[in-house]
Design a protein around this ligand. Sequence first.
Ligand code: KG4
Ligand code: ZN
Length: 363
Amino acid sequence: MRILTIETTCDETAAAVVTDRLEVLSSVVASQDALHERFGGVVPEIASRAHVERILPVIDEALRKANCTLDDLHAIAVANTPGLTGSLLVGLTAAKTLAAAKELPLIAVNHLQAHIYACRFAPHKVPFAVRDVFPCVGLIVSGGHSNLYRCAGPIDFAPLGGTIDDAAGEAFDKVASLLGLPYPGGPAIEQAAASGNRDAIRFPRPLLNDPTRLDFSFSGLKTAVRYLVAGPGKLERRGVRSREQEVVPLPRSSLPAPYSIADVAASFQEAVIDCLIGKSELALERTGYRTLCVGGGVAANRRFRARLEQSAAAKGLELRIPPLSLCTDNAVMGAIAVERLRAGKIEDLSLDVLPGPERAAQA
Ligand code: KG4
Ligand code: ZN
């Protein structure tokens, strides 16, 4: 059985063809990073217009690479929650049209659950080996979300906690912008951090020492970086322009000696990682589960992956992280549709987008 999966929740236009045995027949991702870079973040209107231009070529390419046509498909799956409304609508409209025209079952994919489901694909193997991961604690760390879930089964997720302000990836993007590093900020910070001293600056680890909460808070950490590089007050006065304007590199000289951008990046990255790992360990303790699955763009961070491995080894836990290509947004993770199809969860053409994470958690 072949399923076409479509992903347009944010700024990647992606399509894949997967089978009900989780074989990946094709995966195509058209990134929009170059379009959003000069704004230092995703501009929703630009994202949805770019999806409109790319969606059909991306689907065509996915079918071509899978060596099949629309007539060879058995179902159409689409991520309809959470995400940017305009972006979600493009993928959903394409999926509904194909499902209606070809009289195929339409399957709704929850993008956050899909990020965790990506952990079923083992790294370092092409074609991907498939492994069991449930039950597990699911940690999603992306540009829009930092959530912990109790994942009893592939489509049985209960929220345990999440960020009360910025998402982890968003903090990476904003701090990169403060440091004059390019968008997306995560890879740029990771690269800068590689030559920095992670103990140079002791940034705060908000909520880390509160054992009663499984939540994250990254906004204060971001502000601590801002104060360090520009001092309190308006950034414009210090020569760094606001995010709405063009982002200009921060002069190295504006950092108080003896810190470098690399030191700030490394110290910031370590603070975020400490928070993510501390709360994941607490979630594992609370649930009694022995497996941690980590998904989302920030899971591509090599220092984070190494620290997660250390933590798992020290506590005797199983760690599951997707291959690098399946950490950031992609359509292969939409293979979770196989589980919904098995559970008889098929949608009709009244299926709508659910942009917000609160409603998405119940989807
Ligand atoms: O999951 P994703 O591709 O899209 C969303 O659903 O948001 O995640 C994108 C986020 C961005 O904030 C990006 O800066 C971050 O993931 N990211 C990273 C790395 N690669 C991507 N953060 C830290 N280190 C990385 N290597
Ligand atoms: Zn994502």
